[in-house]
Ligand binder design. Structure first.
Ligand SMILES: Cc1cc2nc3c(=O)[nH]c(=O)nc-3n(C[C@H](O)[C@H](O)[C@H](O)COP(=O)(O)OP(=O)(O)OC[C@H]3O[C@@H](n4cnc5c(N)ncnc54)[C@H](O)[C@@H]3O)c2cc1C
Length: 368
């Protein structure tokens, strides 16, 4: 049996560490408690938000006037041998779960170690890094339907995963609460090496192993690749470590923009002496690295605006320091986005969600 608490500060429950209180806050540990909490909010006509690990949320200084449900459903159940099916509670912390699978030599999640947050949030924006994302291994998601007040299941196809996108994020925002996620993992399969930077590190490790005559004749293991990813993330301050000066962030603040070829050509014209990093996708769409655009727009790593700034190790992470509040975060996010828009005509879209900012919704969809 659980119950709602009143006026609970949300800042400490997010990795950015800013924002005011939730009028009501309810941590649920089972599907029944979740249903009870949803009905309680609906009976009082309260707005509802779902919190996992708070690593992708910006909360307004005024707080959130409805009910925040923290999903605390736990449990990791594995079945089958090859492939292995794993059904995981949405409240399980993601990184330890990945390490557990890697320790069991199961392939499918090794590049996703070090990402903060909960298992239940991973299908929402199709969490991904270093050439791998969860759409490759999620087979099924169990979720509570807020309107109909019943459990639903969604298979991989129904989740319509895209780049940092899913059915839950863009087609039915705030309509479902993920309770359990099912993954299909492959024991003993070779690790995913699709990302140039990771492949370079892997090649270096192979050479070291050959010299030391360890693993002679063998390829790299999922544990090797997981460790390489963790080291790369540590160097970029992209894992939450309280000793790191950049630790108060929500990771990448903006998504990598996907633009029509004509706009890409404008970027190339703007910088004739530079090779523009890009990835050509189907349908004449070109994906550009937001971090690179930000730097080219004159905002370099470590730049500060009072108590907020860019990470000293990654220009895509907006970082809070002592004394920061959500107005500082939003003001600086505006500045970054406007700088890129002015230079290239490209509108960066934020990756985190914004709570409690009223009708403005946080960062408006286009620069002003
Ligand atoms: C240092 C750092 C590095 C990061 N690196 C990456 C990265 O490499 N790749 C990447 O994709 N992301 C990255 N992120 C972003 C973030 O960690 C992920 O998006 C993560 O999945 C968010 O999980 P969370 O539990 O903290 O979600 P929260 O921040 O609590 O919530 C995020 C969104 O998901 C919703 N949500 C959460 N749980 C549920 C649920 N059970 N049911 C329904 N909706 C839910 C929330 O309502 C909200 O809309 C990074 C963040 C940080 C701070």
């Amino acid at each position: 049996m659980s119950f709602p608490l009143s006026d609970i500060p949300l800042g400490p429950k997010t990795t950015l560490g800013v924002g005011g209180p939730a009028r009501y806050f309810w941590e649920v540990a089972s599907e029944d408690e979740l249903a009870q909490a949803v009905r309680w909010a609906k009976a009082r006509k309260l707005a509802l938000r779902v919190l996992g690990g708070g690593s992708n949320v910006v909360v307004a200084d005024a707080g959130f006037s409805g009910l925040v449900i923290k999903v605390g459903l736990l449990g990791v159940e594995a079945s089958g041998a090859d492939p292995i099916r794993v059904r995981v509670g949405a409240g399980e912390p993601w990184h330890p779960f990945v390490l557990g699978r890697v320790a069991e030599k199961q392939q499918g999640l090794e590049c996703l170690a070090g990402i903060p947050g909960s298992v239940g949030a991973t299908p929402i924006q199709n969490v991904g890094a270093y050439g791998q994302d969860v759409s490759e291994t999620i087979t099924l998601v169990e979720a509570f339907d807020i309107e109909r007040e019943c459990m639903r299941t969604f298979d991989n196809r129904e989740l319509t995963f895209g780049y940092r996108d899913s059915f839950f994020k863009s087609r039915a925002p705030d309509a479902f609460i993920v309770t359990r996620v099912h993954f299909l993992l492959t024991p003993g399969a070779p690790p995913a090496l699709r990302y140039a930077e990771l492949e370079r590190e892997a090649q270096r490790l192979r050479e070291t192993q050959r010299l030391g005559e360890t693993h002679a004749g063998e390829g790299l293991s999922v544990a090797d690749v997981c460790n390489l990813v963790l080291e790369l993330r540590r160097k970029k301050s992209m894992s939450v470590d309280a000793r790191d000066e950049n630790h108060r962030s929500c990771g990448s603040f903006f998504m990598n923009p996907r633009v029509p070829e004509a706009l890409f050509a404008r970027v190339v014209r703007e910088l004739p002496e530079v090779t523009v990093p890009h990835h050509v996708e189907a349908g004449g769409i070109v994906k550009l690295p937001a971090a690179w655009l930000i730097e080219q727009a004159g905002l370099t790593k470590g730049i500060r605006r009072g108590p907020v700034g860019l990470s000293t190790r990654h220009s895509l992470a907006l970082v809070c320091h002592d004394g920061a509040n959500s107005d500082h975060v939003l003001g600086f996010a505006h500045e970054v986005r406007n700088a890129v828009f002015e230079k290239f005509g490209i509108a960066l879209e934020p990756e985190p969600v914004f709570w409690g900012f009223g009708s403005s919704g946080g960062l408006p969809p286009h620069p002003v």
